[in-house]
Design a protein. Structure first.
Length: 132
């Protein structure tokens, strides 16, 4: 497989399974060389395995995206918002904020109780994939 085919296979597996594939799932030594080139070009992040194929994360993050019965993780809020766009379908994004901000008029993030801060529960943000 050439680099474009390997990249397409990574995203195909990720979209169908909710996580980037293991290196062994992709093939032999020629695939490892391709993965190294893709990592050098910052297309993926490769440790022993693929840990990121933007906007998807192979590890659990605070940016959970649910769409069509599948669960994905974004690397950051921007990646989480990019997942429904890449999938061309609606999604729900669950995350917790690190700062006190308002989303849709309701508080999100941290609340102060005296000098102590505590995080609020997860908030839902609904993203629409419509092209209107």
């Amino acid at each position: 497989m050439n680099d474009d085919e390997v990249r397409a296979r990574i995203y195909d597996v990720t979209i169908r399974s909710g996580r980037p594939p293991l290196v062994a799932e992709l093939g032999g030594a020629d695939v490892v060389e391709s993965l190294q080139r893709l990592a050098a070009g910052r297309v993926i992040v490769l440790r022993d395995e693929i840990v990121m194929a933007a906007p998807f994360s192979a590890v659990v993050t605070p940016f959970l995206v649910e769409s069509a019965g599948m669960t994905y993780f974004g690397n950051c809020i921007w990646d989480a918002l990019g997942i429904p766009a890449m999938l061309h379908r609606d999604a729900e994004i669950r995350t917790s904020c690190g700062r006190s901000i308002r989303v849709g008029g309701s508080p999100c993030g941290t609340q102060r109780t005296g000098e102590r801060r505590r995080k609020r529960s997860m908030r839902w943000i609904t993203c629409s994939a419509s092209s209107d």
